[in-house]
Design a protein around this ligand. Structure first.
Ligand SMILES: Nc1ncnc2c1ncn2[C@@H]1O[C@H](COP(=O)(O)OP(=O)(O)O)[C@@H](O)[C@H]1O
Ligand SMILES: [Mg+2]
Length: 359
């Protein structure tokens, strides 16, 4: 291993090239001297001092020249490879991200090419990622504008009627004001959810983590929802183990997720029915599920529910939710390292949250 490393060093290769070139030039000098001697050119007295000097100088020049030529011939492949690397880096710098260099040898130049290839791929991935974020942002802005405009248009419309005193009686006036109020509330919650969503999708979102018993937390949330659900003709059928299931979470954020799942069950469940709540663990993970019955569920792919701004017909007509609730919930669960999934079977819609238990 060490021997291979030694021979793969470019300095060693250069040193060898120098030794070989030097030997070649010495050999050439030897041949010339040998031939000059054969004809007694240097030892005879036929040469003047100048001629003698000329021969010695010419010999030196031949030695230096042959050294340079043989050295360049030996290292020409490396120089060609270095040029290739330079051109490839130039191409990458000009925007041809993802392009790679053929790796030749395992010396420093080979390693350099390998690292440049890695860098090029990494840059390409980063750019692609940025592009996707940019597209998602643009799409989000388009959707937002549409969703903000709808309640705002009706607020403006009703305010215009009030301004022009275009109402028949006190009752109609109250009706208009009620509508304006509820549309403003809708706008407010939409803006809040939007703010929440953008905050959560930023890469440096911070969680305020604490360890908490999930069973206890759920009991508390269910307790708060019982009267609200009863009013809608819904009741709970729950199974929560007595043992402590410790989970590390940002309680405020996770409660937001549970709230959305409970409120969705309340809003979109068939009535009167019951809501099934289950908490389980396999020793490593805790599994929370909430299931409700749905009348005429006509979604091709249940995962569509997690899409931003996806709203079922009922949500569109009656409640006016933002359609961001589940997208936000999924994101919150994921930044906790958990999973939020949905499943539809025989009239029941089930949402599952998988949390890893604290060790
Ligand atoms: N428990 C559920 N039962 C039936 N449909 C649901 C349920 N939860 C969500 N949905 C459907 O998914 C859509 C998206 O939900 P969500 O993202 O929370 O937005 P919102 O509640 O603002 O409509 C809802 O409009 C509804 O059509
Ligand atoms: Mg919701």
């Amino acid at each position: 291993m060490r021997i291979k490393w030694f021979w793969n060093k470019i300095s060693i290769k250069l040193l060898i090239a120098i030794i070989i070139s030097f030997s070649i030039s010495l050999f050439i000098a030897y041949i010339i001297l040998y031939n000059l001697n054969r004809f007694h050119l240097l030892t005879s007295n036929r040469l003047s001092v100048d001629q003698y000097n000329l021969i010695v100088n010419a010999l030196t020049a031949v030695v230096i020249l042959s050294f340079i030529i043989s050295f360049l011939l030996i290292i020409r492949k490396k120089i060609k490879y270095l040029k290739l690397i330079t051109n490839s880096v130039q191409n990458i710098a000009n925007g041809k991200l993802g392009s790679t260099i053929v790796i030749k040898g395992s010396d420093e130049l080979g390693q350099l090419s390998r690292n440049i290839n890695l860098m090029s791929k990494e840059l390409e991935n980063k750019f692609e990622h940025e592009r996707q974020i940019e597209n998602a942002k643009n799409e989000l802005i388009t959707n937002i504008s549409h969703d903000l405009r709808t309640p705002l248009t009706s607020i403006i419309g009703y305010l215009d009627l009030l301004r022009k005193k275009e109402y028949k009686n006190e009752e109609q006036l109250t009706d208009y004001v009620k509508t304006i109020y509820s549309k403003s509330q809708e706008l407010k919650s939409l803006i809040n959810e939007l703010f929440e969503y953008t905050k959560l999708t930023s890469p440096d979102v911070k969680l305020n983590l604490t360890a908490i018993d999930l069973g206890g937390l759920l009991e508390q949330i269910i307790g708060e929802y019982i009267p609200i659900f009863e009013k809608e003709g819904l009741c709970f059928q729950k199974s929560i183990p007595d043992e402590d299931l410790l989970v590390t979470m940002d309680v405020e954020e996770m409660v937001r997720v549970y709230d959305n799942l409970f409120m969705n069950a309340k809003k979109y469940s068939a009535k009167p029915t019951f809501i099934k709540i289950n908490l389980d663990s396999d020793g490593k993970n805790a599994f929370f599920t909430i299931s409700n019955q749905v009348a005429d569920f006509q979604v091709e792919d249940v995962n569509q529910l997690f899409e931003r701004f996806y709203r079922g017909d009922r949500a569109r007509k009656e409640d006016g939710g933002s359609g961001l609730g589940l997208a936000i919930s999924k994101r919150i669960v994921e930044i906790h390292g958990g999973k939020l999934t949905v499943d539809y079977k025989e009239g029941w819609l089930t949402f599952t949250i998988e949390h890893s238990l604290k060790e």
